[in-house]
Design a binder for this molecule. Structure first.
Ligand code: FMN
Length: 384
């Protein structure tokens, strides 16, 4: 198979979500197959020591590749082949059948994490539908019943994570709090995606710069308090629960499930705001596990879900926008393919303005000051 057509689509595949927006995936084009690998430079050893979110992000990327290829009429399948030494999760290779998916490239392009206010939670039918998606893979999606307990757990989790200099340092390295940051349009978490005003972004930068000195004087507690309570912004909190004792390869598989649930929610007009600190912090994870009557290691992902009250800002990518003509243009992306090179090498990215008519910019959100005090971890989001 000629992978030129897929290569043109690669930047669109990079719209997949990843923890801290590190985009850890890499594609290696070989004769007859494309190797899917990760780059350890884009892992989060402090915030994600079990690599749970690394595997989920890679799975989300794989699923996105399959959806994008199917939309373009390219018959590609994923063959898991986990190899730690080679930093490989598997291969994309030609298939005799198209990948069957209800999702399309336009949904990949328009989906985005939403950390603002939700006007309503998910309907029961939608939860049942995403639960059915998870059950196909032996998992389940559960709604967390106790909002008060969750709010307490969030505070505990935030405090614990902000108290860890390694986690804070890692987060800082992925924050892009000013547009003059050299990677502002490439990766990481921007002030706009986090819904921060200019002043708030400057304040957070100052607090982070002072962290080594002020850590022992209560800065972690202050930052946790400043993070506020995202649960007050509406929606319901759902948890993706996996089977017991799954290995790294199975976690990649659940990243594919996660992506399908996010696309299903997006298709239903809903958005997702992950709250990973609830399972990163051991005490919160244990409490959440006991609330749901599952062993804590089965908790794979936690997120607030709801109907967005306004638009969210589009996040950056190292390979954004190139090679895709726009939404609702099935197969358009492969007409007249042009070589774009290895997308992972493209640091020069088109950025938010390249989103075209689909980009809603998130300006409305920034106008709502209440929406600025909700993010998890590190005053307005923390991890990711
Ligand atoms: C496994 C995983 C964990 C994440 N955890 C968080 C989180 O704890 N808090 C948060 O605000 N966003 C979280 N995110 C969302 C990422 O920050 C987001 O996907 C990334 O910045 C790209 O933005 P996009 O989803 O709008 O494309 C997570 C994403 C993934 C895939």
């Amino acid at each position: 198979m000629d992978f030129a057509a897929f290569r043109v689509l690669e930047p669109l595949c990079w719209r997949a979500p990843s923890a801290h927006n590190t985009q850890p995936w890499r594609l290696g084009y070989q004769a007859g197959a494309i190797r899917v690998r990760w780059d350890p430079a884009d892992a989060l050893p402090a915030a994600d020591p079990s690599a749970r979110d690394l595997w989920l992000s890679l799975g989300a990327f794989v699923e996105t590749c399959l959806v994008v290829a199917a939309d373009a009429g390219l018959m590609i399948e994923f063959v898991p082949d986990h190899h730690t030494g080679d930093r490989r999760v598997g291969w994309l290779r030609p298939s005799r059948r198209p990948y069957v998916t209800p999702f399309d490239a336009a949904q990949v392009l328009t989906r985005r994490t939403h950390r603002g206010r939700f006007s309503a939670g998910p309907e029961d039918e939608v939860i049942a539908a995403v639960d059915a998606v998870a059950r196909e893979a032996g998992g389940t999606v559960r709604v967390v019943p106790d909002a008060d307990l969750l709010a307490r757990l969030l505070r505990v989790a935030d405090r614990q994570l902000y108290a860890d200099p390694a986690v804070v340092g890692e987060l800082r390295s992925w924050l892009r709090l000013t547009p003059v940051h050299p990677d502002y349009h490439a990766d990481g978490l921007t002030d706009r995606c986090l819904g921060l005003s200019r002043g708030e972004a400057a304040g957070l930068r100052a607090a982070l710069a002072a962290y080594p000195v002020l850590r022992r004087m209560g800065l972690p507690r202050l930052l946790a308090a400043a993070a506020g309570n995202p649960l007050a912004l509406g929606g319901a909190v759902i948890v993706l629960v996996g089977p017991s004792g799954i290995d790294s390869a199975a976690r990649v598989g659940f990243g594919r499930v996660l992506m399908r649930t996010w696309l299903a929610l997006h298709a239903a007009g809903l958005a997702v705001h992950p709250l990973s600190q609830l399972i990163d912090a051991p005490a919160a994870r244990a409490a959440l596990g006991s609330l749901l009557s599952v062993t804590p290691e089965r908790l794979l992902h936690v997120a607030r879900v709801g109907r967005p009250a306004g638009p969210a800002t589009r996040s950056a990518r190292r390979a954004g926008g190139i090679g895709y003509a726009g939404a609702g243009m099935r197969r358009s992306a492969v007409e007249g393919p042009r070589e774009v090179g290895q997308a992972g090498d493209q640091r020069a990215e088109i950025g938010e303005d390249a989103a075209g008519p689909l980009d809603d910019g998130g300006r409305d959100l920034r106008g709502d000051r209440r929406d600025r005090h909700h993010e998890d971890r590190f005053g307005h989001q923390g991890r990711r």
